[in-house]
Design a protein around this ligand. Structure first.
Ligand code: NAP
Length: 321
Protein backbone atom coordinates (compact mmCIF):
# COMPACT_ATOMS: atom_id res chain seq x y z
CA UNK A 1 0.00 0.00 0.00
CA UNK A 2 1.29 3.47 -0.86
CA UNK A 3 2.31 5.65 2.07
CA UNK A 4 0.15 8.44 3.34
CA UNK A 5 1.74 11.76 2.39
CA UNK A 6 2.17 14.00 5.42
CA UNK A 7 1.34 17.28 3.72
CA UNK A 8 3.53 20.00 5.23
CA UNK A 9 1.86 22.77 3.24
CA UNK A 10 -1.62 21.87 4.47
CA UNK A 11 -0.37 21.51 8.06
CA UNK A 12 1.44 24.86 7.82
CA UNK A 13 -1.81 26.50 6.65
CA UNK A 14 -3.65 24.98 9.64
CA UNK A 15 -1.00 26.26 12.09
CA UNK A 16 -1.02 29.65 10.43
CA UNK A 17 -4.74 29.99 11.10
CA UNK A 18 -4.25 29.02 14.74
CA UNK A 19 -1.38 31.49 15.14
CA UNK A 20 -3.38 34.20 13.35
CA UNK A 21 -6.03 33.95 16.08
CA UNK A 22 -3.37 34.08 18.80
CA UNK A 23 -1.72 37.08 17.14
CA UNK A 24 -5.05 38.96 16.95
CA UNK A 25 -5.54 38.36 20.70
CA UNK A 26 -2.04 39.68 21.46
CA UNK A 27 -2.53 42.74 19.27
CA UNK A 28 -5.83 43.45 21.03
CA UNK A 29 -3.77 43.66 24.26
CA UNK A 30 -1.33 46.08 22.59
CA UNK A 31 1.38 43.43 22.14
CA UNK A 32 3.13 43.68 18.74
CA UNK A 33 5.48 40.76 18.02
CA UNK A 34 8.56 41.56 15.95
CA UNK A 35 11.72 39.89 14.66
CA UNK A 36 15.17 41.38 14.08
CA UNK A 37 17.81 39.86 11.82
CA UNK A 38 21.51 40.43 12.36
CA UNK A 39 23.66 40.00 9.26
CA UNK A 40 27.37 40.87 9.12
CA UNK A 41 29.18 40.50 5.79
CA UNK A 42 27.76 39.35 2.48
CA UNK A 43 27.33 35.59 2.65
CA UNK A 44 24.88 34.66 -0.13
CA UNK A 45 22.85 32.14 1.91
CA UNK A 46 22.59 34.51 4.89
CA UNK A 47 21.39 37.34 2.60
CA UNK A 48 18.76 35.04 1.04
CA UNK A 49 17.56 34.03 4.49
CA UNK A 50 17.38 37.68 5.60
CA UNK A 51 15.11 38.52 2.65
CA UNK A 52 12.94 35.50 3.42
CA UNK A 53 12.58 36.55 7.08
CA UNK A 54 11.56 40.08 6.10
CA UNK A 55 8.92 38.72 3.70
CA UNK A 56 7.72 36.25 6.30
CA UNK A 57 7.32 39.02 8.92
CA UNK A 58 5.22 41.07 6.45
CA UNK A 59 3.04 38.04 5.68
CA UNK A 60 2.56 37.15 9.36
CA UNK A 61 1.85 40.73 10.48
CA UNK A 62 5.03 40.90 12.62
CA UNK A 63 7.26 43.94 13.01
CA UNK A 64 10.70 43.68 11.41
CA UNK A 65 14.05 45.36 12.24
CA UNK A 66 16.96 44.87 9.91
CA UNK A 67 20.57 45.06 11.13
CA UNK A 68 22.80 44.44 8.10
CA UNK A 69 26.44 45.51 8.36
CA UNK A 70 29.68 45.28 6.45
CA UNK A 71 32.30 42.76 7.52
CA UNK A 72 34.66 45.44 8.87
CA UNK A 73 32.66 45.65 12.11
CA UNK A 74 34.54 44.36 15.15
CA UNK A 75 33.14 41.68 17.44
CA UNK A 76 32.60 44.36 20.12
CA UNK A 77 30.57 46.45 17.61
CA UNK A 78 28.38 43.43 16.81
CA UNK A 79 27.79 42.73 20.49
CA UNK A 80 26.74 46.37 20.98
CA UNK A 81 24.14 45.90 18.22
CA UNK A 82 22.87 42.75 19.93
CA UNK A 83 22.56 44.71 23.19
CA UNK A 84 20.48 47.36 21.42
CA UNK A 85 18.24 44.61 20.01
CA UNK A 86 17.94 43.06 23.48
CA UNK A 87 16.75 46.45 24.79
CA UNK A 88 14.34 47.24 21.92
CA UNK A 89 10.73 46.63 23.07
CA UNK A 90 9.63 46.22 19.42
CA UNK A 91 11.98 43.25 18.96
CA UNK A 92 10.57 40.05 20.47
CA UNK A 93 12.99 37.69 18.71
CA UNK A 94 16.53 37.96 17.35
CA UNK A 95 17.89 35.86 14.49
CA UNK A 96 21.67 35.95 14.01
CA UNK A 97 22.27 35.05 10.36
CA UNK A 98 25.42 33.00 10.07
CA UNK A 99 28.12 32.56 8.96
CA UNK A 100 29.68 35.67 10.49
CA UNK A 101 33.08 36.83 9.18
CA UNK A 102 35.97 34.79 10.61
CA UNK A 103 37.07 37.47 13.12
CA UNK A 104 33.65 37.43 14.83
CA UNK A 105 33.04 34.51 17.14
CA UNK A 106 29.63 32.86 16.68
CA UNK A 107 29.42 31.91 20.32
CA UNK A 108 30.40 35.41 21.56
CA UNK A 109 27.50 36.87 19.57
CA UNK A 110 25.02 34.14 20.44
CA UNK A 111 25.89 34.25 24.14
CA UNK A 112 25.09 37.98 24.16
CA UNK A 113 21.52 37.48 22.85
CA UNK A 114 18.87 37.74 25.56
CA UNK A 115 17.72 34.19 26.33
CA UNK A 116 14.12 35.46 26.19
CA UNK A 117 14.61 36.66 22.60
CA UNK A 118 16.45 33.58 21.35
CA UNK A 119 13.59 32.35 19.13
CA UNK A 120 15.55 29.66 17.26
CA UNK A 121 17.25 28.19 20.35
CA UNK A 122 20.84 29.10 19.52
CA UNK A 123 21.83 30.11 23.08
CA UNK A 124 23.41 27.31 25.17
CA UNK A 125 21.05 28.22 28.04
CA UNK A 126 18.01 27.42 25.90
CA UNK A 127 19.65 24.35 24.36
CA UNK A 128 20.38 23.20 27.94
CA UNK A 129 16.74 23.69 28.90
CA UNK A 130 15.73 21.70 25.82
CA UNK A 131 18.03 18.85 26.91
CA UNK A 132 16.54 19.00 30.43
CA UNK A 133 13.01 18.88 29.02
CA UNK A 134 12.15 22.30 30.45
CA UNK A 135 10.00 24.91 28.65
CA UNK A 136 12.08 26.89 26.15
CA UNK A 137 12.07 27.99 22.51
CA UNK A 138 12.38 24.67 20.69
CA UNK A 139 14.35 25.25 17.48
CA UNK A 140 12.19 25.65 14.39
CA UNK A 141 13.24 22.74 12.16
CA UNK A 142 13.34 20.04 14.88
CA UNK A 143 9.97 21.31 16.20
CA UNK A 144 8.56 21.12 12.69
CA UNK A 145 9.47 17.39 12.60
CA UNK A 146 7.71 16.77 15.92
CA UNK A 147 4.69 18.89 14.93
CA UNK A 148 4.29 16.88 11.70
CA UNK A 149 4.48 13.63 13.66
CA UNK A 150 1.96 14.86 16.26
CA UNK A 151 -0.51 16.04 13.64
CA UNK A 152 -0.08 12.80 11.70
CA UNK A 153 -0.88 10.79 14.86
CA UNK A 154 -3.96 12.94 15.57
CA UNK A 155 -5.19 12.55 11.99
CA UNK A 156 -4.83 8.77 12.38
CA UNK A 157 -6.91 8.87 15.57
CA UNK A 158 -3.88 7.86 17.71
CA UNK A 159 -3.35 9.52 21.08
CA UNK A 160 -0.24 11.70 20.61
CA UNK A 161 1.29 10.92 24.03
CA UNK A 162 0.75 7.23 23.51
CA UNK A 163 2.09 7.46 19.93
CA UNK A 164 5.46 8.73 21.21
CA UNK A 165 5.84 6.76 24.43
CA UNK A 166 8.15 3.82 23.85
CA UNK A 167 8.14 4.34 20.07
CA UNK A 168 11.43 3.43 18.38
CA UNK A 169 12.69 6.61 16.72
CA UNK A 170 15.88 6.66 14.69
CA UNK A 171 17.34 10.08 13.92
CA UNK A 172 19.89 10.17 11.09
CA UNK A 173 22.28 13.09 11.62
CA UNK A 174 23.54 14.62 14.86
CA UNK A 175 24.05 18.28 13.98
CA UNK A 176 23.43 20.95 16.63
CA UNK A 177 20.80 22.49 14.33
CA UNK A 178 18.62 19.44 13.62
CA UNK A 179 19.76 15.96 14.70
CA UNK A 180 20.61 16.59 18.37
CA UNK A 181 17.66 18.86 19.22
CA UNK A 182 15.11 16.64 17.46
CA UNK A 183 16.53 13.69 19.41
CA UNK A 184 16.00 15.63 22.67
CA UNK A 185 12.45 16.60 21.67
CA UNK A 186 11.58 12.96 20.96
CA UNK A 187 13.31 11.74 24.13
CA UNK A 188 11.37 14.34 26.15
CA UNK A 189 8.23 12.64 24.82
CA UNK A 190 9.49 9.30 26.17
CA UNK A 191 10.35 7.74 22.84
CA UNK A 192 13.28 5.33 22.59
CA UNK A 193 15.69 7.38 20.53
CA UNK A 194 18.70 6.23 18.53
CA UNK A 195 20.80 9.04 17.09
CA UNK A 196 22.94 7.90 14.16
CA UNK A 197 25.53 9.82 12.15
CA UNK A 198 28.33 9.47 9.68
CA UNK A 199 30.35 7.21 12.00
CA UNK A 200 27.35 4.87 12.28
CA UNK A 201 27.39 4.60 8.47
CA UNK A 202 31.16 4.18 8.36
CA UNK A 203 30.91 1.16 10.68
CA UNK A 204 28.15 -0.24 8.40
CA UNK A 205 25.56 0.03 11.18
CA UNK A 206 23.08 2.58 9.81
CA UNK A 207 20.63 0.05 8.39
CA UNK A 208 20.63 -1.93 11.64
CA UNK A 209 19.16 1.11 13.41
CA UNK A 210 16.88 2.53 10.71
CA UNK A 211 15.23 -0.80 9.87
CA UNK A 212 14.06 -1.38 13.45
CA UNK A 213 12.59 2.12 13.85
CA UNK A 214 8.88 2.98 13.86
CA UNK A 215 9.85 6.55 12.92
CA UNK A 216 12.91 7.56 10.92
CA UNK A 217 13.86 11.24 10.96
CA UNK A 218 16.53 11.94 8.36
CA UNK A 219 18.67 15.11 8.49
CA UNK A 220 21.96 14.30 6.79
CA UNK A 221 22.11 16.52 3.68
CA UNK A 222 22.79 13.48 1.48
CA UNK A 223 20.36 12.67 -1.38
CA UNK A 224 19.05 9.08 -1.51
CA UNK A 225 20.82 8.14 1.73
CA UNK A 226 17.71 6.27 2.84
CA UNK A 227 16.28 3.74 0.40
CA UNK A 228 13.57 1.07 0.77
CA UNK A 229 16.13 -1.39 2.22
CA UNK A 230 16.84 1.04 5.08
CA UNK A 231 13.28 1.24 6.46
CA UNK A 232 10.93 -1.34 7.85
CA UNK A 233 7.50 -1.99 6.34
CA UNK A 234 5.01 0.46 7.84
CA UNK A 235 7.54 2.99 9.20
CA UNK A 236 6.80 6.72 9.32
CA UNK A 237 9.55 8.69 7.57
CA UNK A 238 10.28 12.38 8.14
CA UNK A 239 12.71 13.77 5.56
CA UNK A 240 14.45 16.98 6.67
CA UNK A 241 17.04 17.05 3.88
CA UNK A 242 17.09 19.80 1.27
CA UNK A 243 19.48 19.07 -1.58
CA UNK A 244 19.79 20.75 -4.96
CA UNK A 245 20.72 18.06 -7.48
CA UNK A 246 21.32 17.87 -11.21
CA UNK A 247 19.33 14.97 -12.67
CA UNK A 248 21.03 13.08 -15.49
CA UNK A 249 18.59 12.96 -18.47
CA UNK A 250 19.94 9.52 -19.48
CA UNK A 251 20.11 7.51 -16.25
CA UNK A 252 18.37 9.80 -13.66
CA UNK A 253 21.44 9.74 -11.38
CA UNK A 254 21.71 12.75 -9.07
CA UNK A 255 24.82 14.86 -9.63
CA UNK A 256 26.19 17.91 -7.83
CA UNK A 257 27.36 20.02 -10.79
CA UNK A 258 26.38 20.75 -14.39
CA UNK A 259 30.02 21.33 -15.26
CA UNK A 260 31.09 17.69 -14.91
CA UNK A 261 29.67 14.75 -16.89
CA UNK A 262 27.25 12.38 -15.11
CA UNK A 263 29.15 10.37 -12.50
CA UNK A 264 27.29 7.20 -13.58
CA UNK A 265 27.06 7.31 -17.39
CA UNK A 266 29.23 10.31 -18.39
CA UNK A 267 26.34 12.13 -20.17
CA UNK A 268 26.91 15.86 -20.58
CA UNK A 269 24.81 17.67 -17.95
CA UNK A 270 24.94 21.25 -19.29
CA UNK A 271 21.19 21.21 -20.11
CA UNK A 272 20.14 18.83 -17.32
CA UNK A 273 17.27 19.60 -14.94
CA UNK A 274 18.00 20.95 -11.44
CA UNK A 275 15.73 19.60 -8.74
CA UNK A 276 15.26 19.90 -4.96
CA UNK A 277 15.19 16.53 -3.22
CA UNK A 278 15.42 15.28 0.34
CA UNK A 279 17.69 12.66 1.89
CA UNK A 280 15.17 9.87 1.29
CA UNK A 281 14.59 8.05 -1.99
CA UNK A 282 10.96 9.14 -1.99
CA UNK A 283 9.44 6.77 -4.59
CA UNK A 284 11.08 3.65 -3.17
CA UNK A 285 10.41 4.46 0.47
CA UNK A 286 6.84 5.66 -0.13
CA UNK A 287 6.03 2.19 -1.48
CA UNK A 288 7.07 0.59 1.83
CA UNK A 289 6.40 3.17 4.54
CA UNK A 290 3.08 3.91 6.25
CA UNK A 291 3.58 7.67 5.95
CA UNK A 292 6.21 10.03 4.56
CA UNK A 293 6.92 13.75 4.25
CA UNK A 294 7.70 15.01 0.73
CA UNK A 295 10.51 17.38 -0.25
CA UNK A 296 9.61 20.10 -1.01
CA UNK A 297 6.31 20.49 0.83
CA UNK A 298 7.16 18.68 4.07
CA UNK A 299 9.31 19.79 7.02
CA UNK A 300 10.48 22.99 5.30
CA UNK A 301 6.90 24.23 4.91
CA UNK A 302 6.25 23.97 8.66
CA UNK A 303 9.59 25.38 9.87
CA UNK A 304 8.55 29.04 9.53
CA UNK A 305 5.37 28.41 11.48
CA UNK A 306 7.42 27.05 14.38
CA UNK A 307 9.50 30.22 14.29
CA UNK A 308 6.28 32.25 14.33
CA UNK A 309 5.05 30.25 17.33
CA UNK A 310 8.27 31.04 19.22
CA UNK A 311 7.96 34.72 18.25
CA UNK A 312 4.50 34.92 19.82
CA UNK A 313 5.83 33.23 22.96
CA UNK A 314 8.75 35.69 23.11
CA UNK A 315 6.40 38.67 22.63
CA UNK A 316 4.24 37.43 25.51
CA UNK A 317 7.31 36.95 27.74
CA UNK A 318 8.56 40.45 26.92
CA UNK A 319 5.18 41.97 27.74
CA UNK A 320 4.90 39.90 30.93
CA UNK A 321 1.55 38.59 29.59
P1 NAP B 1 24.85 19.12 8.83
O1 NAP B 1 25.23 20.10 9.87
O2 NAP B 1 25.70 18.95 7.61
O3 NAP B 1 24.70 17.71 9.54
C1 NAP B 1 24.47 16.53 8.81
C2 NAP B 1 24.45 15.36 9.75
O4 NAP B 1 24.25 14.17 9.00
C3 NAP B 1 25.78 15.19 10.50
O5 NAP B 1 25.50 14.86 11.85
C4 NAP B 1 26.45 14.03 9.78
O6 NAP B 1 27.23 13.24 10.65
C5 NAP B 1 25.25 13.23 9.31
N1 NAP B 1 25.57 12.45 8.11
C6 NAP B 1 26.13 12.88 6.94
N2 NAP B 1 26.28 11.85 6.08
C7 NAP B 1 25.80 10.75 6.71
C8 NAP B 1 25.72 9.39 6.37
N3 NAP B 1 26.16 8.94 5.20
N4 NAP B 1 25.17 8.54 7.26
C9 NAP B 1 24.73 8.97 8.46
N5 NAP B 1 24.81 10.27 8.86
C10 NAP B 1 25.34 11.14 8.00
O7 NAP B 1 23.38 19.41 8.27
P2 NAP B 1 22.08 19.98 9.04
O8 NAP B 1 22.18 21.44 9.23
O9 NAP B 1 21.75 19.11 10.20
O10 NAP B 1 21.00 19.72 7.89
C11 NAP B 1 20.72 18.41 7.42
C12 NAP B 1 19.85 18.51 6.19
O11 NAP B 1 18.63 19.16 6.56
C13 NAP B 1 20.43 19.35 5.05
O12 NAP B 1 20.02 18.79 3.82
C14 NAP B 1 19.78 20.70 5.23
O13 NAP B 1 19.67 21.43 4.02
C15 NAP B 1 18.42 20.29 5.74
N6 NAP B 1 17.76 21.32 6.57
C16 NAP B 1 16.44 21.52 6.33
C17 NAP B 1 15.74 22.46 7.08
C18 NAP B 1 14.26 22.64 6.83
O14 NAP B 1 13.69 23.59 7.25
N7 NAP B 1 13.61 21.69 6.18
C19 NAP B 1 16.41 23.21 8.04
C20 NAP B 1 17.76 22.95 8.31
C21 NAP B 1 18.43 21.98 7.55
P3 NAP B 1 28.67 13.77 11.20
O15 NAP B 1 28.38 15.00 12.01
O16 NAP B 1 29.15 12.66 12.04
O17 NAP B 1 29.49 14.09 9.99
Amino acid sequence: MAAKIIDGKAIAAEIREELGRELAELKAQGIEPGIATLLVGDDFGAKMYRGAVEKFCAEMGFGYREETHSSDLTEADVIKIVESLNADPKVSGILPLRPFPAHISDSAVINSISVDKDIDCFHPYNMGKLALGEPTFPPATPSACIELMERYLKAEGIDVKDGFEGAEICVVGHSNIVGKPVSFLALNRNATVTTSHVFTSMKGNLEKHTTTADYVIVAAGFPNLINAAQVKEGAVVIDVGINRVIVCPECSTYNRSKKDPCKNCSTDLAEAETKTVGDVNYDEVAAKAKAITPVPGGVGSVTNMMLAKNTLRAARLLAGA
